[in-house]
Design a protein around this ligand. Structure first.
Ligand SMILES: C[S@@+](CC[C@H](N)C(=O)[O-])C[C@H]1O[C@@H](n2cnc3c(N)ncnc32)[C@H](O)[C@@H]1O
Length: 215
């Protein structure tokens, strides 16, 4: 089974449980909200929540006034997201092959959606984000800080699922973004809370303005 198929199957299996378990997480996470608030202030134009899961970030960003839609690999996650946020648009798809035109978005959010991707696929994801963002557009991503691959049989979302998870140093994502052509805007690493196993990382980058970035 390919990594994409394994990830899709896992999240299809736990979609409803995941939505319930993480329903209040943003409310309890001031650092997450702070990063998203700063991102929202920088945005002009439509935003894609790439790997949106049940749409908890999509709904939050819509509440901040953004014109946001969601995309996810898992049809079951998309079904849950549509039910939870009827006015918003959600589509099934992969961040490795976005069905969006070049230069069409003001922002992309990849919130814990790159953590299941083999490292060799990450340059392609960053290249896709760069392609669909308009010059001046922002990408924000959240991920788990650490080193190496975990292959857990996870039961914490209800049914047991097999899922690969990669932990990376923040610098690893910063270098990938730079290699794709992005300019760094801000980075944050915070300590694990009592319920987390590792520190969490947040990186915001910007696609430079056409013809040079004078800021
Ligand atoms: C840990 S969940 C995060 C969901 C949501 N962003 C959140 O913070 O609640 C990871 C999500 O990324 C999605 N995902 C993983 N790889 C993906 C890919 N290549 N393209 C689109 N979605 C992907 C999974 O289906 C899953 O819904």
């Amino acid at each position: 089974m390919s990594h994409l198929d394994r990830t899709r199957t896992a999240y299809d299996t736990v979609a409803g449980h995941y939505a319930v378990l993480l329903k209040d997480e943003l409310r309890k996470s001031p650092w997450d909200r702070a990063v998203l608030a700063a991102f929202a202030e920088a945005i002009t134009g439509p935003v894609l929540d790439a790997g949106c899961g049940p749409g908890r970030l999509t709904g939050h960003l819509a509440g901040l006034g953004l014109n946001v839609s969601g995309l996810d690999l898992s049809p079951e996650m998309i079904a849950v997201a549509r039910q939870a946020h009827p006015p918003l648009e959600f589509t099934v798809g992969s961040v490795l092959d976005l069905d969006r035109p070049d230069n069409s978005l003001g922002g992309v959010v990849a919130w814990y959606s790159l953590i299941h991707m083999p490292p060799e696929d990450l340059p392609r994801a960053f290249a896709e984000f760069y392609r669909v963002l308009a010059p001046g557009g922002h990408l924000v991503t959240a991920f788990k800080i650490g080193d190496g691959k975990r292959h857990p049989l996870v039961g914490s979302y209800g049914p047991e699922i097999e899922l690969d998870i990669w932990w990376h140093p923040l610098e690893f994502f910063a270098e990938l973004a730079a290699a794709a052509g992005f300019a760094e805007v801000a980075r944050l690493e915070r300590a694990a809370t009592e319920t987390e196993r590792q520190p969490q990382g947040y990186l915001t980058v910007r696609k430079p303005e056409a013809g040079g970035d004078l800021r």
